[in-house]
Design a protein around this ligand. Structure first.
Ligand code: BGC
Length: 809
């Protein structure tokens, strides 16, 4: 294949070619001014830019970054079900990125919410791949309309934080395609993403960053991806194999370590120079086009340079956009007796520490340094016509219940008509590198709700959390409003909802089960050893609950409004479904009709229903509109492992229009001529997968789904370079066991204090080879091998390797 940049590549020496495949530092690519190749700057930015001035780079959100608008996190944005808004948000992100000289925005994150316990769920969109993909594509379109690149992440099957860098996702091909890749497929095909971040984990025994099946066969050959692949920070395992199989850039920079590995790979014949040239050509294309795009947009939109003290973009309009997104992301979960919206002059008591200091984003690499002091309820409520009778703290963050604070809240409640209790998850509940152990709210918060419910009838709970929680107290309160993580303007957005200035239109991006034990992957999640078996297969979230008719607290897609909508007149043909929707209440509002497809079959197991489309429809009181949802290539397909391609089963499909996954309001059947008659599965071989009862799938059935023997994920007893540091628990060397103890101690102390120690969490989950990937070239792989020898009790042999490695450097 001829190269677009052959004239440049031909001038580069082999050493230079090998060098460009690793970053220059934490955020930038290597530049070669002699050939006109500029450096390309990357920066985190799923819900706001985290751009660090050069010299203080870190990938965990530890050091200061330039002030940027902290928009609501992806989970909140997903609740809007509003692709146009996602695109608007993407454009604002691009303006901020450009003002900071950023060519690639490292987001959005769209891993599937396999379990509510995943510590990064607040950063992800949905438990449904179609929903996640559509929202991600909207971000990507917005960002890339400014000529720079978005970078959907983490590709792929990276749905747990525990041992996130030393974990092997064992997943059958059908589940991989239908659940874990479809979102990325939409982000690539519809969003035309120019970049993709490969994840830390292995997928079926091969690291994502060197996985030919993912990076070449699917991403490029099937989806037509023409951008570049960057490793997650420290995710490069075998750099040579990475480059060979479709990865372009290992990040952060590894000094000369990566370069030497590529040179050796060429010398040994593992990688050909032609393959290397091809990767460079693809990478250069994004470097050059994003440079041009950035310069052009800077002029076109008059975007100035930002610094640590001054922002080059319009702070006010972006703050207003952050509020608009937060408003649309609020989900009204319960509203008994129409207690909401609050009427003017209602005497309200405010209870809860979150009202004073908002919870508005999560911790980790997505952490944004806001352009304004994040709003709080207490600071904002003065601008509303409510009569606030007082504030009581109610509980302390990360602490046991405090009887005195509860007493104060009870006393205050006596003066008020309505008590607004602000509660949710403490900071420690939502952090990169740390999964939750349960779905409960902090005990101190539950205690204050329970105590108030004993003495007052009108309690409204206002939640801040980026992931589901159990709500055993649901029956004790009149209303529940969920703001998720609303970004820097989240408090006024919430007050606009509470007072009725804005009619809630958010719908849940995930199911709220009653108990954590109800979740489909409960028995398998998170995996504690090397292998994470995805035995529940397609039955993630509502796909499971609806199929087995398990009662849930709030279903996927659910949310109330201050008005009501009526649906009628469904019609479908092979291209689309049409129906009428009418606002039958007294207020203007928006509803989110959801298209689900259902089919019973004896030869293809399927969940009861699957989301294949949605719309956000705004209606004035009394107004009626026709809604048309077009079918697309995903509507009727399933992935057929026999043909290794998408097929459509012949037969009758039920088209369902739902208000949420549990409430189908219109149905009609259509008959489809597909591509196959028989799906090839049998109920006798796969009883659990046909019934959806996948709580404990036995090895035999799982193997027939997986198509191979289940790989042995148990640990062999000797520490290897790909074992995580937490594995030092088993080290033969007393010194390494001590390192483990110290790490664990620091980590547990931080958890007890409620402040996630991101550095330690990163190291705890990092494979030992990570030392060579994360130290900017100070340590090479030989030295890493030496360290593992030492850990395995061979002190002198190990030391020898460390010394030889050091000398070879
Ligand atoms: C995270 C990525 C992030 C990268 C750079 C990694 O630890 O997993 O999401 O983009 O760091 O900060």
């Amino acid at each position: 294949m001829s190269l677009k940049y052959e004239h440049i590549i031909a001038k580069m020496s082999l050493e230079e070619k090998a060098l460009i495949m690793s970053g220059k530092n934490t955020w930038q690519t290597q530049d070669f001014p002699q050939y006109g190749i500029p450096m390309m700057m990357m920066s985190d930015g799923p819900h706001g830019m985290r751009t660090q001035p050069s010299g203080v780079g870190d990938h965990l959100g530890l050091n200061a970054s330039m002030p940027a608008t902290c928009f609501p996190t992806a989970a909140t944005v997903a609740n809007t079900w509003n692709e146009k808004l996602g695109e608007e948000l993407g454009k604002a992100l691009a303006e901020e990125a450009i003002s900071m000289g950023v060519h690639v925005v490292l987001g959005p994150g769209l891993n599937i919410k396999r379990s509510p316990l995943c510590g990064r769920n607040f950063e992800y969109f949905s438990e449904d791949p179609y929903h996640a993909g559509k929202m991600a594509a909207s971000y990507v379109k917005g960002i890339q309309s400014y000529g720079i690149a978005a970078c959907p992440k983490h590709f792929a099957v990276n749905s747990q934080e525990l041992r996130r860098m030393a974990m092997n996702s064992i997943i059958d091909e059908r589940t991989l395609r239908e659940i874990y890749l479809t979102g990325f497929e939409i982000a690539v095909k519809e969003g035309k993403a120019k970049s993709i971040m490969s994840s830390y984990n292995e997928v079926n025994g091969v690291y994502a960053n060197e996985n030919k099946h993912l990076l070449q066969e699917i991403l490029v050959d099937e989806w037509g991806f023409d951008g570049y692949v960057v490793s997650d920070w420290g995710a490069s395992n075998d750099h040579v194999l990475g480059v060979k199989n479709g990865s372009h850039l290992e990040m952060p920079g590894t000094g000369k370590v990566g370069q030497k590995e590529i040179l050796k790979g060429i010398e040994d014949g593992v990688l050909s120079e032609k393959e290397l040239d091809q990767r460079i050509d693809e990478l250069l294309d994004v470097i050059f086009t994003t440079h041009k795009g950035l310069e052009k947009s800077r002029k076109e939109y008059d975007i100035k340079q930002s610094t640590m003290t001054e922002q080059g973009f319009d702070i006010e309009s972006h703050h207003a956009l952050a509020r608009k997104v937060a408003e649309q992301g609020v989900v009204l979960l319960k509203n008994e007796d129409g207690i909401l919206p609050l009427t003017k002059k209602t005497r309200v008591a405010i209870v809860g520490d979150f009202a004073k200091k908002s919870r508005y984003q999560g911790a980790g690499s997505s952490l944004v340094n806001p352009t304004k002091e994040p709003e709080s309820i207490l600071n904002s409520i003065g601008s509303y016509e409510l009569q606030m009778v007082g504030y009581a703290q109610g509980y302390e963050r990360n602490a046991k219940k405090n009887p005195q604070l509860i007493e104060e809240a009870i006393k205050l409640s006596k003066e008020a008509e309505v008590i607004l209790v602000f509660a949710g998850l403490d900071e420690i509940g939502e952090a990169e590198g740390l999964d939750r152990l349960h779905m409960k709210m902090p005990e101190a918060q539950e205690a204050v709700i329970a105590a108030l419910a004993e003495v007052h009838d009108n309690i409204i709970v206002v939640l801040s959390a980026g992931s589901p929680i159990e709500m055993p107290w649901e029956g004790d309160v009149k209303a529940i409003v969920h703001g998720y993580l609303g970004g820097q303007a989240g408090a006024s957005a919430m007050l606009n909802i509470l007072t009725g200035d804005v009619n809630p239109s958010g719908r849940l991006n995930e199911t709220y089960p009653i108990h954590c034990e109800d979740t489909p992957a409960f028995a398998y999640y998170p995996s504690k050893e090397r292998n994470s078996e995805y035995r529940e297969s397609l039955y993630v979230g509502y796909r499971y609950y609806t199929t087995v008719a398990k009662k849930v607290r709030f279903p996927f897609g659910y949310g109330l409004s201050y008005t009501n909508f009526e649906y009628s007149n469904i019609k479908a043909n092979e291209q689309e479904v049409r129906f009428m929707i009418k606002n039958i209440g007294k207020r203007a509002g928006a509803d989110v009709p959801q298209l689900y497809i259902s089919k019973s079959s004896n030869t293809v197991f399927r969940p009861l229903r699957e989301l294949k489309g949605f719309a956000k429809v705004e209606l004035e009181p009394g107004e009626e509109k026709e809604v048309v949802i077009s079918f697309d290539d995903k509507t009727f397909r399933f992935f057929d492992v026999r043909t290794n391609s998408w097929e459509i089963e012949n037969g009758t499909y039920q088209i369902q229009i739902g208000k949420n996954a549990n409430e189908i309001v219109l149905t009609t059947d259509i008959s489809i001529t597909g591509t196959i008659k028989d799906g090839g599965y049998t109920k006798t071989a796969m009883p659990s997968y046909f019934s959806g009862k996948i709580e404990n799938v036995n090895d035999k059935e799982y193997e027939s789904l997986y198509g191979k023997d289940i790989p042995d994920g148990s640990w062999g007893g000797l520490i290897g370079i790909n074992d995580a540091f937490c594995q030092f628990y088993y080290a033969k060397s007393g010194f390494c066991r001590l390192v483990y103890k110290i790490l664990t101690n620091i980590m547990n102390k931080a958890i007890a204090k409620g402040e996630p120690n991101l550095d330690i969490l990163f190291i705890y989950n990092m494979p030992i080879r990570g030392i060579s990937r994360m130290t900017g070239g100070m340590v090479n792989m030989k030295m890493v091998e030496g360290i593992t020898e030492i850990a395995n009790g061979h002190f002198f042999k190990g030391l020898g390797k460390v010394v030889t490695g050091f000398i070879r450097k």
